[in-house]
Design a protein around this ligand. Structure first.
Ligand SMILES: [Zn+2]
Length: 95
């Protein structure tokens, strides 16, 4: 998973609010995470102004563009069929 690439892509679209220079040219001064977001402080390469940027962190559970096949569905059916226990346990196993 290329999570860094998606973050850089988002930074490339950001511009400095004071001089409109591209922030991707600037220096990342600080970083903090907050659930699915990253807070990044970037010092503008043009005017030196520090801007706070919020970048969404893309979290993928499954590879993109790979749909479930009929076999996957049948496998899931077999697992459920052979499973003997309370559903809570099943979901704890899957998590
Ligand atoms: Zn600037």
């Amino acid at each position: 998973m290329d999570w860094m690439g998606s973050i850089l892509e988002q930074i490339e679209q950001l511009r400095c609010p004071s001089c409109t220079a591209q922030l991707s040219e600037g220096m990342v001064r600080g970083l903090s995470t907050e659930e699915s977001r990253l807070l990044i402080r970037i010092a503008c390469a043009g005017c030196g102004e520090t801007t706070l940027a919020i970048v969404e962190q893309v979290v993928e559970d499954a590879p993109e563009g790979v749909p479930l096949t009929n076999d996957d569905v049948l496998d899931a059916h077999d697992i459920l069929d052979s499973f003997d226990g309370p559903p809570e346990r099943l979901f704890r196993l899957a998590a």
